[in-house]
Ligand binder design. Structure first.
Ligand SMILES: Nc1ncnc2c1ncn2[C@@H]1O[C@H](COP(=O)(O)OP(=O)(O)OP(=O)(O)O)[C@@H](O)[C@H]1O
Ligand SMILES: [Mg+2]
Length: 242
């Protein structure tokens, strides 16, 4: 890879006395889709939170465009082109779909050409156009996830961090949401997909990292990684393949 868009170097993260990450080396290039898999508590969300600045880490542990940005606050990271679709979506209830999306437009300090517009989001997820006036809490879980993705895209990210966007959704809805991933990456936005569904993670990504107990246990091109290698990295060496 040429200079990565974003990389982490020996990234360690703590919650008080508890150390959650033990030296993560991660990188993602422009337009790349990278999946992050691993069991509950492996540290996937913590890695995303450390990148976006929700957890304080040392400056040189996160490099964006060759510049140390570790520990920068989330609003700075968003202005620098990193957006997150957080675990649990965090939409503004009591507001319409369109107003939820407009919040991002109003707050985006767009210095680059705006690649994503409200119309672009409606083209990506046509159901949201139909539901634009409806209170966001009356949408289905999948539709709410589309709003969360749309809102993140309206920050005009160069890097989109997605935390378990398929969680709790029916397979058909998961497919609909994952169909948007190629269009997003083709627009030049790199995507990190935290995903519990290993098959989905593998098929939707160019490269993959597996995490276990705060460390990366496997990385490589998604199409080259075997199911056996993933099983070993996912559960640790002592577990037999399920
Ligand atoms: N706010 C917090 N305070 C203390 N410990 C935390 C906090 N958030 C996460 N942890 C701990 O950090 C470790 C990593 O958690 P993290 O949420 O990053 O895992 P994850 O891989 O995203 O798991 P999941 O698949 O369940 O979302 C876990 O041991 C978890 O208990
Ligand atoms: Mg998580």
């Amino acid at each position: 890879m040429n200079t990565p868009l974003l990389s982490t170097h020996g990234l360690v993260a703590r919650y008080g006395d508890f150390q959650a990450l033990y030296g993560i080396d991660f990188e993602i290039g422009k337009g790349e889709v990278v999946a992050l898999i691993g069991a509950n508590g492996a540290g996937k969300s913590t890695l995303l939170r450390s990148i976006i600045g929700l957890l304080r880490v040392a400056p040189e542990m996160v490099i964006l465009d060759g510049r140390p940005v570790g520990g920068c606050r989330p609003h700075r990271m968003i202005a620098d082109g990193v957006a997150i679709v957080p675990e649990g979506r965090r939409l503004f209830t009591g507001m319409s779909v369109e107003d939820n999306l407009r919040v991002a437009i109003d707050h985006a300090r767009v210095t680059r050409n705006a690649a994503w517009t409200l119309e672009g989001i409606f083209a990506l997820f046509p159901i949201l156009r139909e539901k634009r006036r409806v209170p966001v809490e009356s949408l289905s879980g999948g539709q709410q996830q589309m709003v969360a993705i749309g809102r993140a895209l309206l920050n005009q990210p160069r890097l989109l961090l997605c935390d378990e966007i398929s969680l709790g959704l029916a397979p058909k809805v998961v497919r609909e949401i994952y169909q948007s991933i190629p269009s997003i990456s083709q627009s030049g936005t790199s995507i990190v997909l935290v995903e519990q569904d290993v098959g989905l993670a593998k098929s939707a990504s160019d490269r993959l990292y597996c995490m276990l107990e705060g460390r990366t246990t496997l990385t490589g091109r998604s199409r080259d990684i075997s199911r056996e290698a993933i099983a070993e990295a996912y559960f640790g060496g002592s577990h037999a393949l399920a």
